[in-house]
Design a protein around this ligand. Structure first.
Ligand code: LLP
Length: 454
């Protein structure tokens, strides 16, 4: 996650979208140039979809999501590993079905995500529950539905969970350890070191203490250890370092308690490109390196190789999503040209939260006008509502134009807000030339209905 410094708007030759390739590190594999500057994804025209469903609009390429699941399944074969999709990236009932059909598990972090998934037919025993502060409702629902793994994040949670387990039964749990490895695209998403709220420290002995406590509870069955070092990580190195420390903890648990834990969950955090040319984590390379390190580390410690789990969210769904906005205003101030669209920080808070910048492009119209460097902004009442900086758009960009933003599938709508009562955009699945509404637009009526005071 990097920011581009403000750039003055200088004329540059503009290459109309129809003649450009769609760099597949940011656009779905199915993206194709359409007639008159249009683009199709999953065989669906972006401008037709914008006309039919309105803007702002989020498209999800179902084939891209499924392909990405298959890449993970091939890299982490089911005989020795589990791939668990992190629902926090984006969840809807259709996504639950795609994930189930592709053979992945599901990571949830609230009763809400859990109930939506189980209600849509996801088997509870393939669900992992996370959270640094699980509510009584989260824990109670997980126990009642029989989720596959509850990942304990604090010592107080051990007692709280044990108290909920029906007499004479046991629940499978893991302990989230903090391995002391710093990684991730922004301080807000680095979770591998002791200066943040998640997990139990491996460095100060808290993780070991939690293991002792859990092993002493007959209601809880400790099946393994978990770590999640951060998000938007594009290098394999920190995963390898974390894995070595986690294997060390498995070995110390065996030495101290004579208990061999059968599972190791290395979390998610696999980074993607948001703009052409940015790095993304190489999933097959990660898989072969992790599996090799696990085998050699376990051999050195004379441990059997535990079953490995990874929990990708962004890398499964991020690149499958496209946001489509309509331009509402174009304004020249000083040296900058602001292009304002009909969405912004209420549907995508990531630029405001992490300083990320996106790469929108004009779709639905060809232009031969020379290109200009523009700043693409949202419609919300904050100067920080900036989607993209120094983006080349044709010099005749005007209200009514459509802009498409790639890599919009993860952590946009799942983090959307009701700011300025704009209403959250719809989500439409595209596949084989058809567009299907998954989540409808939030209407003023929806928003008004919750406001019951007089
Ligand atoms: N497992 C655990 C325990 C997690 O906390 C997370 C993400 C994941 C897996 C999936 O991480 P992913 O593969 O999607 O990076 N809102 C931020 C990202 C927050 C990630 C939170 N935890 C963003 O928009 O960049």
């Amino acid at each position: 996650m990097t920011t581009t410094p403000n750039a003055p708007s200088a004329p540059v030759p503009y290459d109309p979208p129809a003649q450009q390739a769609y760099p597949q590190d940011v656009w779905p594999t199915s993206a194709r140039p359409g007639p008159h500057g249009d683009m199709t994804v999953g065989g669906v025209s972006l401008s037709e979809a914008a006309g039919r469903f309105g803007t702002p609009l989020y498209l999800l390429d179902e084939g891209e999501v499924r392909d990405r699941c298959r890449t993970y399944r091939a890299a982490f074969p089911p005989e020795e590993a589990d791939v668990v999709y992190a629902a926090k990236a984006f969840l809807s009932r259709a996504v639950v079905r795609w994930i189930r059909e592709e053979g992945l598990g599901l990571d949830v972090c609230s009763a809400g995500e859990l109930l939506l998934a189980v209600g849509a037919g996801f088997p509870a025993d393939r669900i992992v529950l996370h959270g640094n502060a699980k509510s009584p409702e989260d824990l109670g629902t997980a126990v009642r539905l029989g989720v596959g793994r509850i990942v304990l994040d604090s010592t107080s949670e051990i007692v709280r969970l044990a108290a909920l387990v029906p007499h004479g039964t046991r629940r499978p749990v893991m302990i989230r350890a903090v391995p002391g490895i710093s990684a991730g695209g922004h301080a807000a998403v680095r979770t591998g070191t002791d200066d943040q709220k998640f997990g139990l420290s491996l460095m100060d002995g808290s993780a070991q203490h939690a293991i002792d406590r859990v092993l002493g509870r007959p209601e809880l069955e400790l099946v393994g250890l978990h770590c999640h070092i951060g998000s938007q990580i594009t290098s394999i190195t920190p995963y390898v370092a974390a894995l070595r420390r986690m294997v060390g903890l498995l070995a110390r648990t065996r030495d101290k308690h004579g208990v061999v834990l059968p599972e190791l969950d290395m979390g998610g955090g696999h980074g993607i490109a948001y703009r052409a040319g940015e790095p993304a984590l190489d999933i097959p390379a990660l898989a072969s390196r992790l599996r090799a390190e696990l085998a050699s580390g376990c051999a050195r410690s004379m441990l059997p190789v535990p079953r490995l789990t990874v929990e990708p969210g962004r890398a499964v769904i991020g690149p499958a999503g496209i946001a489509v906005y309509r331009v509402l205003a174009v304004k020249r101030t000083g040296t900058r040209i602001f292009v304002a669209v009909d969405g912004g920080m209420s549907d995508n808070p990531r630029p405001a939260l992490y300083g990320v910048r996106y790469a929108p492009r004009l779709v639905g119209r060809a232009s031969t006008a020379p290109g200009l460097l523009t700043t693409v902004v949202g419609r919300h009442c904050e100067a920080g509502d900036i989607l993209a900086e120094a983006v080349e758009l044709p010099g005749d960009v005007h209200p009514g134009d459509l802009l498409a933003v790639p890599a919009a599938g993860a952590y946009h709508l799942s983090m959307a807000s009701g700011y300025n009562l704009v209403g959250r955009p719809p989500v439409v699945a595209v596949s084989d030339g058809t567009a299907r509404l998954l989540v409808r637009r939030e209407s003023l009526d929806d928003l008004r209905r919750r406001d019951i005071g007089a």
